[in-house]
Design a protein around this ligand. Structure first.
Ligand code: HEM
Length: 495
């Protein structure tokens, strides 16, 4: 589930300074700027689809200025500079809105499914987040799940060893993202439900496989359903509807709910996130249901953590110097007979830098969005009336050489203290910003740090000997254009 899924996230992520004319100058709003939408009339924008392709020849381009474009039936103002982005996001109100989420809401409404933090808006969203943030948002709270994540990482290591031993060379693992995806799904399910769902078994249970298939289908379809607006056949809304995996995850939630309700009624002490939500008494059952479903979905959609881990391993395999430095850092903190834990992570700056650099090059959500429905927005000399849809071009910003010299190079060192000049704080914000930012950030980071540390402790990771180059493509989120295959060569004395 991509935050900007109703707005952009198509392949043109980079530098969308397409029509940088001011939309409404605060000081001199001309007649052409007075449409009710306040941007320009929809007809004008729809009549100029070439705007998306070519800047008008006489347009005076200011680097970083907001630019106008269209995607499907959406009209966007693109933000491609961290300075402008900061000005924009600092004006967020109490209830930030990502985009209209029409497709998702349609799906929930048709099936009478409750909304969760992703689809809910306004006061109701705020109330949900107040409850959900607890036990998730602070690193110290996420550390509560370190034991569960550690257990799942151990199973990942077993699976990894099994996969490599079955390859002809005894060291090659094909499509590591697939394996890491199963790890991420197992991890988030375990945290939410305290139940193992068998993703890391050699034979994945049918129910779990159905859930995985539903997520994949949803992503395949949703980009089309976004471009071809509701209710135009044949793609929307039914194309997205059956594919959204909430019903498939429903069984999991229902089963755990029943179990936990009984425990809560009997006054039994419960742990785990779903248990906390049920026991808190601050959300209705419907709200708990909607929230858990969307947390589960957001936690695995688009293989966020697994994608990031795959790219990190891909780059480390191609830069043995950095990999060795990482191994040295690890061995200095964690003795060889012990597995790394949450308490070790703060002592490993390079490990954290590897993940930050990976998320900079491959921001899982390459473009995000905001609709400022509470008030008008002023950026520099420009006034944007409320309800303007802003598309935040994160990929373009985190690949901008003004902020990140040699932007295409994997250089985790740039995140270490004392390295070069600091970049703008809004130039790479992979988990979003403000009160609407990612609620699963701390869990995701813990999962990625612990898994990466364990893999590097046990193996030297080497590239596919066939020398396959992998690049990223946008499929709503950024994914690899082909499977990432890697060799895992066992290090001596790994636990
Ligand atoms: C590498 C891993 C992840 C990345 C890069 C990521 C990134 C993001 C981003 C960019 C947003 C939008 C923030 C904004 O609009 O300002 C978001 C929202 C969200 N994420 Fe994550 N995420 C990750 C993992 C997770 C996990 C593991 C969970 C579940 C535990 C999760 C749950 C959510 C939810 C529920 C939202 C919607 C929050 C709201 O609208 O209030 N994410 N994520």
């Amino acid at each position: 589930m991509c935050p900007s899924q109703t707005s952009l996230t198509h392949s043109r992520c980079r530098g969308e300074h397409l029509n940088p004319e001011p939309i409404c100058r605060a000081s001199s709003p001309g007649p052409e700027h007075t449409s009710s939408a306040g941007i320009s009339s929809a007809a004008t924008l729809r009549g100029e689809p070439e705007l998306v392709q070519h800047p008008p020849p006489h347009t005076h381009t200011h680097p970083g200025m907001p630019a106008r474009s269209t995607f499907g039936h959406y009209e966007n103002i693109n933000i491609g500079s961290p300075e402008v982005l900061e000005q924009l996001l600092r004006q967020e109100g109490k209830y930030p809105m990502r985009s209209d989420m029409a497709l998702w809401k349609e799906h929930r409404d048709t099936r009478r499914l409750p909304y969760g933090p992703f689809t809910e808006e306004g006061e109701r969203w705020y109330r949900l987040r107040q409850v959900l943030n607890k036990r998730l948002l602070k690193p110290s709270e996420a550390a509560l799940y370190a034991g569960a994540i550690g257990e799942v990482v151990s199973d990942l290591m077993v699976r990894l060893r099994d996969e490599r031993s079955r390859s002809p060379s005894g060291v090659l693992v094909c499509d590591v993202a697939n394996l890491l995806y199963r790890f991420a799904l197992e991890g988030i399910s375990y945290i939410l439900f305290e139940t193992r769902i068998g993703c890391l078994r050699r034979q994945v249970p049918a129910e779990t496989q159905h859930f995985i298939d539903s997520i994949n289908l949803m992503f395949k379809n949703s980009i089309f359903a976004t471009v071809f607006p509701l209710p135009s056949p044949p793609l929307a809304p039914s194309a997205l509807g059956p594919a959204v995996p909430v019903p498939a995850g429903k069984t999991l939630i229902d089963r755990k709910m029943e179990e936990l309700e009984g425990q809560v009624e009997r006054g039994k002490e419960v742990s785990g996130y779903l248990s906390y939500l049920l026991a808190s008494g601050r959300l209705s059952l419907e709200e708990v249901y909607g929230s858990v479903a969307e947390l589960l979905l957001a936690g695995v959609d688009t293989v966020r953590t697994s994608n990031t881990l795959s790219w990190a391993l891909y780059h480390l395999s191609r830069d043995l110097g950095i990999q060795e430095a990482l191994y040295q850092e690890l061995t200095a903190v964690v003795p060889p007979d012990r597995v790394p834990g949450a308490e070790d992570i703060p002592k490993m700056p390079l490990l954290r830098a590897v993940i930050k650099e990976t998320l900079r090059i491959y921001p899982v959500v390459p473009t995000n969005a905001r609709v400022f429905w509470e008030k008008d927005i002023v950026i520099g000399d420009y006034l944007f009336p409320k309800n303007t849809l802003f598309v935040l071009a994160h990929y373009a910003m985190s690949h901008d050489e003004t902020h990140f010299p040699e932007p295409e190079r994997f250089l985790p060192q740039r995140w270490l203290r004392g390295y070069g000049s600091p970049h703008h704080p809004f130039s790479s914000i992979p988990f979003g910003y403000g009160v609407r930012a990612c609620v699963g950030r701390r869990i995701a980071e813990l999962e990625m740090h612990l898994a990466l540390a364990r893999i590097i402790q046990a193996f030297e990771v080497r590239p596919d000997p066939r020398g396959v180059e992998v690049t990223s493509v946008s499929r709503i989120v950024l994914v690899a254009d082909k499977p990432i295959n890697l060799e895992f060569v066992a290090r001596p004395a790994a636990p």
